[in-house]
Structure formats: C-alpha cells, structure tokens
Design a binder for this molecule. Structure first.
Ligand code: 6PG
Length: 468
C-alpha cells in the first residue's frame, strides 16, 4: 500500500492539511463522496501528483498498516456515520483521528466504542483556519499515547513553529484534545468580544471613524497586545466593499452567529463549577446581538448612549483595559483547563498548552509567552492571577481599567465582557464575600444548612423564631 496517511473529507480544511502534509514529504491520499471535491484536490495537489478516492474501500486498502485515517468532516452525526463506514474496513491497531470541532463527550464515547474493537480513536483539535491548515496550524491531539507515537513526526512537521518549536504536543488521554480545543474557542469568543467592545467605545463613545479605529488597533498590535485577532481586526477597518465602495464593516449586519464551541465551553464550565464569566459574557452577547428588533425598539424607548467624557490619555487607559480583560479571558480558560484536568483525569500540562498556542492558532498572541512562562515556573499554579509577574502587570493596568469601565458605564455603552473581567477580578480578590448571606437565605427558606466560621459541622437555625 503506497500511502502513509489518508484523509476523509476533502473540503478546504482537509484538502489544505493534506497539501501541507505532502509539502512535508508525506505520502498522502484522501477520500470524499463528491467527485468534484476529488477533482479540486487533485488539481491543487498537481505538484505532488496527489490522487484521491471516491470509493472508501479502495481508499482504506491504499493505506500502509497500521493505517492512519484522519477525519475532517463537520462535527456531529456525520462523524458517527463515517466511523460506521470505516470500521468494518479497518484492522486492529489502526488509528482514526477526528480533527473536527467535535464535542469532547462525543469523542469520549467514540474512543470507548472503538477501543472495544481494537481501534485507536484520537480527538485532535486543529486551529488556524484554512491558512493554518495549509501552512501550519496549532494541533491538539489527545488519546492513546502509543498511537500518538505513530503520528508524532508527521504532526510536528505540519504544525506551525515558534522559535523552531512545533505547535503540537500530546495533550493527554481520552477526549482531552477536543476539550482543550473547545476551551481555545471559548477564549477566542472572549477576545473577539473584547475587540468588539473596544470598537464600540471608540466608535460610539469617542466618535472615531474607521481610519482612526484602525490606527488604534494597529498601534496596539505593535506592543504587548500583539495578537492574530488584533492584526486581522485592524485590517477589517480598511477593507472596501466592492458592491458599494464603502468600507465593508459598515455594510455588515450586527447579528453574530456561532457554531457552538463557545457555548459548550460555558456549559461545561457550569457543569464542573468553574467561573468563566468573561467567556460567558461573550457567548451571551452573541445571542443578545440576535435580538435586533427588540434592541431597536428599546433604543427608541430609552435613547442612545452618550459620548464618553475622556480624562487624561484615554486611549492609553483603553489599552490597559484591554490588557486587563485579555488577561482575565486567558486566565479563565486556563483555570477551566486546570479544573477539567482534575475532573476528567486529563493530566494536562498547562505550560505545554500555552506553548503550542503561541503559533498557528486563532488565539495566538504575545501574551501567551507570559502564560507559558508562568506555568513553566510553577506547573501547580492554581490561577494565572497567582503568578507574581502577571500580578505586577495587572496592578499597573488596574487604574486605567477602572477609569474606562466607569466611563463606559456612565455613558451607557454596553461592555459586558470588559465589565465582567473587572468584576471577576474584584470578586476573586475578596477575602470574605457576601456568600454567608446566601447561605443564611438558603437555610432560612429551605433548611439547606450552613457551616460556621467558629466550629466544624453543619448547622441549621430556626430563622422564624424571634430571638432578639
Ligand atoms: C480555529 C477556529 C475554528 C472556527 C470556529 C468558529 O481555531 O481555527 O476556532 O475552529 O473558526 O469554529 O466558531 P464560531 O463559528 O462558533 O464562531
């Protein structure tokens, strides 16, 4: 059999990843139901003389054993139906790598089902979009460690590199790869929302035009806020619409869609009781954006926001605010990974995860180097806020953050993610929260009991008894 690796699904992502593998010297082929997709694949892969299959049996037979089949098909039931087709054609010891954005619980189920049949099932997160797949993505593979040895060299070759280090590492057992990718997307949602709220402050609070807004993001992208998302966002503001000749950003509806990975992050965080309010705010703000009719009606009833009254160097304060909230977003994502690693026994190495996110992926950013350093210095770090170097930087940004958040609130500008980041921080540094009252209330109306600060055990009070 001539081929080392086979891909199921020759859509843009699958095709680009195959071309990337071929560029790196691997013998690859692909399968797709659609003849048209095979044609495009063979055309794009002409330089490497790539050939595809429309017959799944011939495709499987063309692979060297133990076979490695990579799936890049839409997440959901399609993954199950592809597995069902493949399974009778594969032998014990063969490897299936699902590289879509599958829900980690589906990946757990599938790997258990296939384990019984002697097949290794890997869940691998891929980030970096079409460009990443073609020229170097960040890869998050999780599953059987022995099977990983078979694909390790190939994954390292095709991944993005930062200072020569590949943006791929063995994430951990089970569905950990997909869990980490999901969390990556949760952080992605939060950073995108912070950029949107910055745009809102600049546009409606300071009356900046698109050129001025572009300039702010461009300047920031040269400093500690440098990131892929900052970089593409600045370019959005100069992009002309071919249809109208106006800037395209102004012609796009203000209703954000999503495919679910951000929502899953919030859902899972609720399930395992990890607070990630800035990610939650990003998810629910996309939902809020869809209430267009209601928003317009309420805008008429209550009036628009006011201009922001600026004090001092407001843009410098805004940069500090962005920095502060960005730290919160990554910190919450990392905290979710810390807790999930305990909950699901993923054995995650947070330093390694930060390291492979420094390149290739959508949330790649200058700041990931700081996260990498923090977890390298202390692998047991309970929270990013506990790192002394990060603490020093947060302290410097705090005053500016309070100024900007107050100013936006005063002006009536909606900043759910910025506000949540600040209030998350303020609550997290509260030694004694008002939650004693919550416990008193629960015990009052439901006899749910409470614990005391002065003695061990569980207590209940007869709250209706007058005892003054
Ligand atoms: C990536 C992206 C990628 C995709 C998201 C978009 O890391 O390359 O996260 O996976 O663009 O699924 O998600 P939404 O459609 O939910 O915004």
């Amino acid at each position: 059999a001539p081929y080392a690796f086979g891909m199921v699904g020759l859509g843009t992502m699958g095709r680009n990843l195959l071309l990337n593998m071929a560029d790196n010297g691997f013998a690859v082929t692909g399968y797709d139901k659609s003849e048209k997709m095979i044609q495009i694949f063979e055309e794009d892969g002409k330089a490497h003389n790539l050939k595809g299959f429309s017959d799944i049996k011939e495709f499987v037979q063309s692979l060297q054993t133990p076979r490695t089949v990579i799936l890049l098909v839409p997440a959901g039931p399609i993954v199950d139906s592809v597995i069902l087709e493949l399974e009778p054609l594969l032998d014990k010891g063969d490897i299936i790598i699902d590289s879509g954005n599958s829900h980690f619980t589906d990946t757990s189920r599938r790997s258990l089902e296939l384990k019984d049949k002697g097949l290794h099932f890997f869940g691998m997160g891929i980030s970096g979009g079409e460009e990443g797949a073609r020229f170097g993505p960040s890869l998050m593979p999780g599953g059987d460690k022995k099977a990983y040895a078979v694909v390790k060299d190939m994954l390292e070759a095709v991944s993005a590199k930062v200072n020569g280090d590949p943006c791929v590492t063995y994430i951990g057992p089970g569905a950990s790869g997909h869990f980490v990718k999901m969390t990556h997307n949760g952080i992605e949602y939060a950073i995108m929302e912070l950029l949107a709220e910055t745009y809102e402050i600049l546009k409606n609070g300071l009356n900046y035009d698109n050129q001025q807004i572009q300039k702010v993001f461009d300047d920031w992208n040269k400093g500690r806020l440098q990131s892929f998302l900052m970089e593409i966002t600045k370019d959005v503001f100069l992009f002309k619409d071919v249809k109208t000749g106006n800037l395209l950003v102004d012609e796009i509806k203000d209703e954000a869609k999503s495919k679910g990975t951000g929502k899953w992050t919030s859902q899972v965080a609720m399930d395992i009781e990890v607070p990630i309010p800035t990610i939650d705010a990003a998810v629910s703000t996309r939902n809020l954006s869809k209430l267009k009719t209601l928003r317009v009606a309420l805008g008429e009833a209550f009036g628009p926001s006011s201009p922001i009254k600026t004090e001092g160097d407001f843009i410098a304060h805004l940069e500090e605010t962005f920095y502060f909230a960005m730290v919160a977003a990554y910190a919450q994502g990392m905290h979710l990974l810390t807790q999930a690693s305990i909950e699901y026994k993923y054995e995650l190495n947070l330093a390694e995860i930060a390291k492979i996110w420094r390149g290739g992926c959508i949330i790649r950013a200058e700041f990931l180097e700081d996260i990498y350093q923090a977890y390298s210095k202390n692998p047991e770090l309970a929270h990013l806020y506990a790192d002394p170097a990060i603490q020093a930087k947060i302290k410097q940004s705090l005053k500016g953050t309070r100024t900007v958040v107050s100013a936006a609130v005063e002006a009536g500008i909606g900043i759910p993610a910025f506000a949540s980041a600040l209030t998350y921080f303020d609550t997290l540094k509260t030694g004694r929260m008002p939650s004693n009252l919550t416990q008193a209330q629960r015990d009052f109306f439901g006899a749910h009991t409470f614990e005391r600060i002065d003695s061990e055990g569980i207590f209940h009070a007869d709250w209706n008894q007058k005892n003054d």
